[in-house]
Design a protein. Structure first.
Length: 318
């Protein structure tokens, strides 16, 4: 399978249900409007920015996601950083002013740009620094497309699934989650609250009918121990994905025992490898409580102990 082409085919598929995004203020954005805006931004970047690189804020917003993807289409090296970055300014035409014929033309041009530049486009992120000082990592956009396809197919997300979009785009897991949602044509729901306000943050799950939620151990500890299992049970959630470290066995067992109707997917990844490289449905493998899962299609993982590679040993993932 050509994963890059497969991802683009899904990105440019216009589903009958037009809603693809929901902003923090609950304003809905359709797929056609989203793609037209991408096209206009990509055109402006190509014509107005001479530099080979562009810096985009990693703050989780639909607008920042647009600038990131538009920069890829324009063939730029995209630095995704934490914090705010002044968005490019200039005379951008509003996609609201486009008629149907012009919209289709812009979308066709955008698709051609992605095919021309996307496969070789580079995204630049910082590692977490968990094993030392953070390092700049150059990753191919095609690598993210590959993971979005493999992970998305395994999760079987549907068009009416609603994923809370709250993790930063400069965090490799957050970017991978967003692109997986795009690939499956599910609805990305922009967060209106942060984890600094735990109750308000988690109340978005029932209020905005979230069906798929992704998080790290810290997030799930807050969700299960502070917000409460009963509130999770009474929501629309059907899929949970967890990466970013080892989630405690006590929290996993509570999810498995008290929320049997929800699938809990455990994942492992590294910034250097573009995010998620293992995953499995713990709800269907309850005896593998401490496992990080099996490698996704196309990935092989070895455990290095001293200078040898052993099939059954403790050591470093290689």
């Amino acid at each position: 399978m050509n994963y890059f082409e497969h991802f683009l085919a899904a990105l440019f598929q216009i589903p009958e249900e037009q809603v693809s995004f929901e902003c923090a203020d609950q304003f809905e954005i359709g797929k056609i409007e989203f793609l037209c805006d991408l096209s206009l931004k990509a055109k402006w970047i190509s014509e107005s920015l001479d530099s080979e690189e562009i810096t985009i804020s990693g703050r989780p917003s639909i607008e920042n996601l647009k600038w990131l993807l538009a920069s890829v289409a324009a063939g730029k090296i995209v630095n995704i950083v934490a914090g705010d970055v002044a968005l490019p300014s200039g005379d951008l035409v509003s996609c609201q002013d486009l008629d149907s014929s012009s919209a289709q033309q812009h979308i066709q041009t955008l698709e051609e740009q992605f095919h021309s530049h996307g496969r070789n486009a580079e995204l630049v992120l910082l590692t977490s620094g968990s094993t030392g000082a953070p390092n700049r990592v150059h990753l191919g956009f095609a690598e993210f497309c590959y993971q979005a396809v493999v992970v998305g197919n395994d999760l079987e997300l549907e068009r009416n699934d609603r994923q809370l979009f709250y993790m930063p785009l400069n965090y490799v897991y957050g970017l991978s989650v967003a692109l997986t949602g795009l690939f499956r044509n599910s609805i990305l729901v922009e967060t209106a609250h942060t984890l600094d306000e735990p109750n308000s943050f988690f109340e978005q799950i029932p209020q905005r009918h979230i069906t798929c939620f992704s998080g790290v151990p810290f997030t799930y500890n807050l969700m299960i121990k502070k917000w409460g299992v009963d509130k999770v049970r009474n929501s629309s959630l059907r899929t949970l994905t967890q990466a970013g470290g080892l989630l405690g066995a006590d929290v996993k067992k509570r999810i498995l025992d008290e929320l049997p109707e929800i699938d809990l997917w455990i994942m492992y990844g590294q910034t250097e490898l573009g995010g998620r490289i293992t995953q499995f449905n713990l709800s269907k493998n309850k005896d593998k409580l401490l496992s990080a899962g099996t490698p996704i299609d196309g990935v092989e993982i070895y455990v290095k102990q001293d200078e040898s590679f052993e099939g059954e040993s403790e050591g470093e993932v290689y």
